[in-house]
Design a binder for this molecule. Sequence first.
Ligand SMILES: *Cc1c(COP(=O)(O)O)cnc(C)c1O
Length: 518
Amino acid sequence: MTTHNPLLKVLDSPGKTGNEQPPIGTQFFNYPNLDHYETSLLKGLELVQSAIGAASQPFSGVLPHELAKKFQSINLDHSCQSLEDALQEIEKLYLKDAVYFHHPHYAAHLNCPIVIPAILADLISTSLNTAVETWDQSAGATFMEQKLIDWTTEKIGLGTQADGVFTSGGSQSNLMALLLARDHCCATKKGHNNKLHGLPQDFSRLRVFTSEMSHFSVQKAAAILGLGYDAVVKVPTDRYFRMDAQALEAEIERSVAEGLLPMAVVATAGTTDFGSIDPMPKISALCREHGIWMHVDAAYGCGLLLSPKHRHWLEGIEQADSVTVDYHKSFFQPVSCSAFLVKNKQHLSVVTYHADYLNPLNHQQEGTPNLVNKSIQTTRRFDALKLWLTFRTLGTEAIGRAFDQVIHLARQTYLLFLSEPLVQVIHRPQISTLVFSYFPSRHLSARELDSANIYIRKALSRSGQALVAGTKVGDRQYLKVTLLNPATTIRDIQKILELIKVHGRAFFEQNEQSAKIA
Ligand SMILES: *Cc1c(COP(=O)(O)O)cnc(C)c1O
């Protein structure tokens, strides 16, 4: 493939100092270097293949101080002798101790295994280094992203005026939602333009309502937006960990009576811990009645949009003013792949700024599509391509069926755990998480049980044989499995349960021994 490029020779020859490094001219992605591109990528592929082949468990169990030692001798100003050496170093510092989300015994957080077409697409878009903020940098990429945005708003049912943009993740999408809601509220209830003038004097009256089970990015967004955690009203949940709509109504009415300004309700479609889905039809009715922005955080639950069996669980999402979806959680996409959608595209102008060098106003008048007009980010990755290639090769339905499979696995897991006397489950899974505790006897104190459950999670992680999460409900400590891997079977879950019992028993045996010694 490589053509002889005399220019490179000229560029490379001066200043050669006996340094072993390949000349920089051979290292750029361009036509003359396509052979080098191929051989380098193949070396990378081999490395990944051998690392994955060698990993029989999801994690090595390494502790931070153990791994930190390996970094002490690394001097970034002294490069490795060759690409092979540098790759070996990566194996040592990273791959050997990486957390393998594709492993069937990984069941901790909302990290999904990813589909191969998406990896291929990421390679393609990274090679070209397309940035999607303006048409003049991206051309077809802009249309691909827009088409996926339009597809998503249609699946949600947001209507003909809907629009959206890809974001770095659910946290950025939730921030955008509250930004748009805040400015909309100040405009309609106070005639104040935040984009031009900053916050109104009495901004501390603004309130956001969300359930006590919602994601912490809601509080974070409130802080970033200048409102503070104080502006977030935590609404209690029912026994299924869903927002209690009556309690929401009471909180809204109380706020209004106190002269506060309700600006948004953030409903969650798939809470991070319980997968619970807030009652969206009731919430949307309340929002409409009181003129409040309704945001639905479907970072996790968005996979239901494609579910042949459970799409109806998302009833009411189409009423939202804005929606967060994380394709990198429930569409089996690599990080990052995420979007923010709005019912009325005009609200996105809150993040529009016309820069003469990039996206001047006359572009808009000429109809040139510049996605930067809708985004907090400027330079932005072409994350849409992976979703595109996934859909075009596997079909959209395949994603929904895979999501149904993990929902089914969660039900099987629930039944298995119910039949296990040493374990107590505290809910029926709604999507694909299960919160439970190791509970060998009711004669143990809360403190002992909490310590046992903390110990089990740590011991599992230290062994690396399986990874589960820990969480708190009230002030009690629980374990959690998050199931997003269609390749995981109930046998894998049985194995994880066995390990949990082994470590639980070990905890109480150790306790007894130390009690005897003392
Ligand atoms: C994961 C999650 C988020 C945050 O999304 P990121 O992509 O990690 O920024 C927000 N909301 C919910 C319900 C989530 O589960």
